[in-house]
Design a protein around this ligand. Structure first.
Ligand SMILES: *Cc1c(COP(=O)(O)O)cnc(C)c1O
Length: 754
């Protein structure tokens, strides 16, 4: 019945039968059909509404996820099969939206899914970037950057007639609203609101991702996080942020007013979540707009504080945004008087200079957020504890009740049901489908952890997924993987604190051991996915070293069968969906205290990988959930690390000189083998950086990492059933890391929707 109806609609949208239509035509028809089905699930807006403002929404491809959430995935698959078409081929037609960069943006996307699934009223607010961060490919063992093109006629973002005036440096521009509909799993439809300018000119991008940074009418929404190593780049980031929050704030006030708010009672209509500091200017902007509506400054401040809440995502000081007063005066002169008054209020609330907003003519955005919102949350227990105890201790003393923890989560619809259909079906066969919406039901799997047949099946599913990844890699990059090897994966943005360089040192060590006749217990395929920020030199050097080392391995017939490095180009959500189900060992090896939460760690766990990790971010909670026998923990504790930084007594050179294994591995970076295949400049710079700085303390953790990873490999090779049992225990305890749980907590403690 259902099938016939859908087929009729698709045929009519194509204007021909599905057999005759091309994949492109069917994709287009499906897009229109899904959009119209989604709109049917829009509900009347009642009570308070959440606005989640974020510079990034790393939403991934939308077709299959929407089909799953609408409950028509299987129907559509069957209809297509009957016409000789294949849903997987159609999924390939879709370009992944370039609206995010890493974990923070992916979190925002998981949250939108969970909010709609829980039938809560909540929309996203962001920007419609034309080219995202950049598209990455590798050339001569170097990262090469080009625009990440995704906008086309077949695009989920629908143009609207709605525009808002925004003043940029005293000139008015028109922010146009685009809408992507977000349908929950068996839930309601909400919106992702994205703003853009009609005047953007894509043709001003010259070679790579270079463009004239001063032409803001033409360039404003071209790229996410434009290079801020010069003044024009920094101004451009402020222009972007203000476009987002000014248009967003106007939209919020307009919607609330339409629903009956007189602005004095705004808190009964709106809850605003500020995702890290990029949207912080929404605070003074809302005050400015409320003043325009005739509300006095003091009351406007009170209203904004009741409505806004702030999420902190990092304790890396370079990421806590601070803007010079002079820059803000140039870009948003209308906000500076308000920010100055807010600074006065803050200074009245506390005579602790450290909590002021303007310090030495620099505006501290996070300080403004904490003073003038009612909630500040960290994103994993350890992270929140560190905020309270050290990083934001002065604020915690002032506002103990504002601080709370919300451990991150991931949506199981995308990160299990969609990306790992074999595993999902198998779990359903054991415990039913309840876990789709009630993730804690995965614990029922614990009844099966000693069932040999179940473990055997789990092993087969992992083998299948590894094969699928191999097929994909062959097609995408012409690289063949050794499917019989253990797959270890480290996929995440490239950053020194995440310590891809520690993995690099391990791989060098392993190589040298093999060359000396010490074969490992199992062949290893070490897979990386990582983009380095275009201006982050050392991060790019690490990529170069990994690619060069990969060449060294490939050229060596004796080593090749034991050790392989694979760098997946342009790591994004689509790549993650292929890689994560195929993983045996999940590398979560950040320097303890530096990874606020991580969400990659949760995706891997849910897909039956064991974690090799430090006691950092949500790894701590994963370890608690699965128990120490089912995870491989190593390295210094966050307490030790924080002490080292406080004493300022870490000396990389001492470690290097006192550990011959370490010295051998580090020096290999500038060995003849490496220099013959790589660039001297990049390799020497990395070598120098490690020996003389090693700011993220890879050397002290090097040995513990070797030992733990060796143990993991040994266990994997010795007893695959035991490994599978541990994997199943991990899956069974993954329920806590569902973003449905996270969103329930946000709603219970911060938003109070319904
Ligand atoms: C989940 C995800 C991330 C975040 O990974 P972490 O390991 O938590 O840093 C980054 N990029 C993509 C594409 C993801 O899907």
């Amino acid at each position: 019945m259902m099938n016939l109806e859908i087929e009729k609609q698709l045929t009519s949208l194509c204007g021909k039968t599905l057999k005759e239509a091309s994949n492109q035509e069917i994709y287009h028809a499906l897009l229109l059909y899904v959009q119209s089905e989604s709109k049917k699930k829009i509900q009347k807006e009642e009570g308070r509404k959440l606005y989640y403002i974020s510079a990034e929404f790393l939403i991934g491809k939308l077709l299959s996820n929407n089909l799953i959430n609408l409950g028509i995935y299987e129907d559509v698959k069957e209809i297509l099969n009957n016409s000789g078409k294949n849903l997987a081929d159609l999924e390939e037609m879709e370009l992944e939206p370039s609206l995010g960069n890493g974990g923070l943006g992916r979190l925002a996307a998981c949250f939108l899914d969970s909010i709609a699934t829980l039938n809560l009223l909540g929309d996203g607010i962001g920007l419609r970037y034309h080219f995202g961060l950049f598209h990455q490919n590798f050339k001569n063992n170097l990262q090469n950057e080009t625009p990440d093109i995704w906008l086309s006629d077949d695009c989920w973002a629908e143009k609207t007639d709605v525009t808002y005036p925004v003043m940029l440096a005293g000139k008015e521009v028109k922010a146009r609203l685009y809408t992507i509909y977000v349908t929950g799993y068996e839930g309601r439809t909400n919106r992702l609101n994205l703003f853009d300018l009609d005047t953007i000119d894509e043709s001003i991008v010259e070679e790579g991702i270079c463009f004239d940074k001063s032409k803001i009418l033409e360039n404003l929404t071209l790229f996410l996080y434009p290079d801020d190593s010069d003044e024009a780049g920094r101004l451009l980031r402020i222009y972007q942020q203000y476009l987002m929050v000014s248009a967003g704030a106007q939209l919020i006030l307009e919607e609330c007013h339409k629903r009956g708010s007189n602005y004095h009672d705004l808190k009964d209509y709106a809850a605003i979540q500020i995702n890290d500091t990029h949207p912080s200017m929404v605070i003074p902007e809302l005050i400015r707009l409320l003043e325009e509506k005739g509300i006095e400054f003091e009351e406007a401040v009170e209203i904004v504080e009741q409505v806004c809440a702030y999420t902190n995502h990092t304790i890396l000081s370079e990421a806590l945004e601070k803007w010079p007063v002079s820059s803000l005066e140039k870009v948003v002169p209308q906000l500076m008087p308000i920010i100055k008054k807010l600074d006065e209020v803050a200074r009245k609330r506390s005579d602790n200079e450290n909590t002021a907003i303007i310090l030495n003519d620099v505006v501290h955005m996070a300080h403004m957020d904490i003073h003038f919102s009612h909630s500040t949350n960290g994103v994993a227990q350890l992270h929140t504890d560190i905020l309270k105890e050290s990083e934001l201790a002065d604020f915690y003393a002032l506002y103990p009740d504002k601080f709370n923890n919300k451990t991150n989560g991931i949506t199981f619809r995308r990160w299990l049901i969609a990306c790992n259909p074999k595993l999902c079906a198998f779990i359903e066969s054991l415990i039913g489908k309840g876990f789709h919406k009630n993730a804690s039901e995965l614990e029922k799997l614990l009844d099966h952890v000693n069932d040999e047949k179940v473990l055997g099946e789990l092993i087969q599913i992992k083998k299948h997924n590894k094969h699928q990844l191999n097929v994909w890699m062959k097609k995408k990059q012409g690289i063949e993987l050794n499917e019989d090897a253990m797959f270890s994966i480290q996929s995440k943005r490239l950053h020194e604190y995440k310590r891809q360089q520690l993995n690099l040192l391990f791989l060098i060590h392993q190589y040298l051991e093999i060359k000396n006749g010490h074969k490992p217990s199992v062949p290893l395929v070490s897979i990386f996915g990582a983009k380095a920020a275009p201006a982050y030199t050392i991060a790019k050097d690490i990529i170069h070293a990994l690619l060069t080392l990969s060449n060294v391995f490939n050229e060596d017939e004796a080593v090749k069968k034991w050790l392989q490095i694979v760098m997946v180009e342009n790591y994004n959500v689509s790549a993650a969906e292929k890689m994560i189900p195929a993983c045996d060992l999940s590398e979560q090896i950040s320097l303890a205290s530096k990874e606020a939460s991580g969400t990659g760690n949760m995706k891997f766990m849910l897909n039956g990988a064991l974690t090799l990790g430090t006691m950092d971010g949500a790894n701590v909670e994963i370890a608690q959930a699965v128990g120490n026998d089912n995870i491989f923990i190593f390295g210094a504790s966050s307490k030790q690390v924080i002490e080292r930084y406080q004493k300022n007594d870490y000396c990389a050179l001492d470690w290097y000189e006192s550990d011959p294994n370490l010295k051998r591995a580090v020096d290999f970076i500038i060995s003849d083998e490496m220099l013959s295949m790589g660039n001297e400049e990049n390799l020497r710079r990395l070598h120098h950086e490690l020996i003389h700085k090693d700011w993220f303390q890879t050397f002290p953790d090097f040995n513990a990492y070797l030992v733990r990873k060796g143990q993991a490999m040994e266990e994997y090779s010795r007893d695959e059933k035991l490994w599978a049992k541990k994997a199943l225990i991990n899956i069974a305890h993954a329920g806590f890391f569902s973003s449905d749980r996270t969103i329930e907590e946000y709603n219970r403690d911060i938003w109070h929707l319904h």
